[in-house]
Design a protein around this ligand. Sequence first.
Ligand code: IPE
Ligand code: IPE
Ligand code: MG
Ligand code: MG
Ligand code: MG
Length: 332
Amino acid sequence: MKNASFDFELALYQINQAILEYSASLISERLPTELYSPVAYFLGLGGKRIRPLLSLLGCYLFEAKYELAIKPSIAVELFHNFTLIHDDIMDNAPLRRGNITVHEKWNTSVAILSGDVTLIEAYDLLENVNSEIRTDVFKLFNKVARQVCEGQQLDMNFEHLIHVKIEQYLEMIALKTAVLLGFSLYMGARIGGATQEQAYSLYQVGLNLGISFQIKDDLLDVFGETTKVGKQTGGDIIANKKTYLLLYALENTSESQKQRFQQHLYSKDISSNDKVRNIVELYNELEVQKNTIIAMKSYFDKAISCLDELDVNHFRKTELKAYFQTLFDRQF
Ligand code: IPE
Ligand code: IPE
Ligand code: MG
Ligand code: MG
Ligand code: MG
């Protein structure tokens, strides 16, 4: 029998349609408007919809008809959007998805509360998983949601630390970013009929993919095109984030260059533009871009080899890998 392939365009359309309907219901049915319109605004800005796509793909690996996964996959996207609304406050970010962030368009109180209600909506939508797997899915979701908060706190702690090891960084990004990609795949797989063990193998795939994904996010923050990435270029440098780029540079530089780094990073008399320019210059001297891609690739390869170990339909696995590759190659 010929293998039916995963129609990415259709899946993305279905996801966006479900989000659109959901947003429309917020606007027409809920009050006060001041709480819900920022949520609809933010969801309307788009985004890559990676997490719901991973849920549909995780389901599809075990069951070609992934429709049952659509609503729960929107829950994961809502959770992700909650983290972004709050992340933009924490990171003092002016731009998101090429548009003004919620705390800048309205104010911080609005962004806190709209973020909170987005999280609650996510829980509500997650009820759509079938009853046999509900407890299992919620259990992992709660664990992952807590880990995301832990990762975000570490990310902020690190802004104030001068010495952070790459190992600590990897632990931090596993928490703030990668576990949610793992969960997206896990949930999809469970909806598609996978056993806990099979779904957990897929969770490991997502974890490694997520680490690679966050390293690329760090790279794009500095070397991406603002119009494509839709975020302020150099925002991580301005906020003293401990990114892979910075930690690699610090670990691979001479004492004198290290002092130059520290001067640019922690001097109070330097403008944001000069700070970014000077740090990028140091990154270029140290071939940071090339070496960051090497690190990214090593986690990407781990994700692929974890997937290879999984005993599922070979053709569907190939489709999943093709999608992973688009994430690896992305310019935004
Ligand atoms: C941004 O996530 C935050 C990270 C975890 C790196 P995405 O890059 O998936 O953001 P959108 O949803 O496409 O805007
Ligand atoms: C955000 O990491 C991770 C979460 C929102 C949990 P970043 O702060 O690097 O994400 P961007 O670059 O703002 O999207
Ligand atoms: Mg952040
Ligand atoms: Mg941020
Ligand atoms: Mg980032």
